[in-house]
Design a protein around this ligand. Structure first.
Ligand code: AMP
Length: 249
């Protein structure tokens, strides 16, 4: 069983992002970039499935600029077997990425496509769902447990007030939630080994995909600054203020 796992290069989750002065987006010049944390979880899950003998090959995919190679090398260091970079300097919106992934699904014929539940840069939470729609494959989003047996995946997903369990016939699309696993620490020997693993580069046009953006960002703004707090001398004053000024009690 082959697994295709998607890895997006995003601003590192520790970086405090700054909005560009013209309000057109977030400034990513000289900012640390990393693999989207949910994708790290997806790669870890794919590699665990291969280590357990359920999968035979893990192929990591990233769509974007040349530097996405670094993201793919991280996936290879976690344990993916080979990588595909779909190289583009254009802005790739979720629909464009889903179309690229659909073309790769047609070409590679994986039994399972794993993605993160969302990318922490644009918080779209759309790509997995769009890919499932374009390919007609069954999907389970926000997976917190995946068990693959006899051509079927049993997926637990956290829903409001409990857990839901789904059974999907493979091939299928599954998106990873935070609790699916804890990704391993990447060691130096595995980083060295990853440098020798195959990394293929293709262009969206070679896959027959038009990546022209469909959405236009009108404005990006910082959240409003919080006003300064006040110190109150005692609990009585606090309760009084909450009741009569803030009117929250
Ligand atoms: P989003 O719909 O943008 O929140 O992204 C959901 C998931 O789709 C991510 O966690 C990735 O697994 C995958 N994905 C989105 N964009 C890309 C990309 N440019 N390259 C590879 N995978 C991507």
């Amino acid at each position: 069983m082959k697994i295709l796992v998607c890895t997006k290069r995003v601003v590192d989750y520790n970086v405090k992002v700054r909005v560009k002065s013209d309000g057109t987006g977030v400034d990513i010049a000289n900012v640390k970039m990393s693999m989207n944390p949910f994708d790290e979880i997806a790669v870890e899950e794919a590699v665990r499935l291969r280590e357990a003998g359920v999968a035979t090959e893990v192929v990591a995919v990233s769509c974007g600029v040349t530097q996405c190679q670094e993201t793919l090398r991280t996936a290879l260091a976690i344990g993916a077997d080979r990588a595909i970079l779909v190289e583009s300097t254009e802005e790739l919106q979720p629909l464009a990425v889903a179309k690229i992934l659909k073309a790769l699904v047609d070409k590679e014929q994986p039994q399972l496509v794993l993605l993160g539940k969302q990318a922490i840069d644009d918080d779209s939470n759309q790509t997995g769902q769009m890919l499932a729609a374009l390919t007609g494959l069954p999907q389970a989003t926000f997976a917190s447990k995946i068990v693959v047996v006899d051509g079927k995946a049993t997926v637990s997903r956290e829903v409001d007030g409990g857990a839901e369990t789904l059974s999907l016939k493979l091939p299928a699309v599954i998106t990873a939630d935070l609790r699916l696993n804890e990704p391993r620490y990447v060691t130096l020997p595995s980083i060295m080994k990853a440098k020798k693993k195959p990394l293929e580069t293709v262009k969206p046009a070679e896959l027959g995909v038009d990546v022209t953006p469909r959405l236009k960002t009108l404005k990006v703004a910082e959240p409003p600054k919080r006003s300064a707090g006040v110190m109150v001398p005692d609990v009585k004053t606090l309760v009084d203020k909450l009741k009569n000024e803030a009117k929250v009690l």
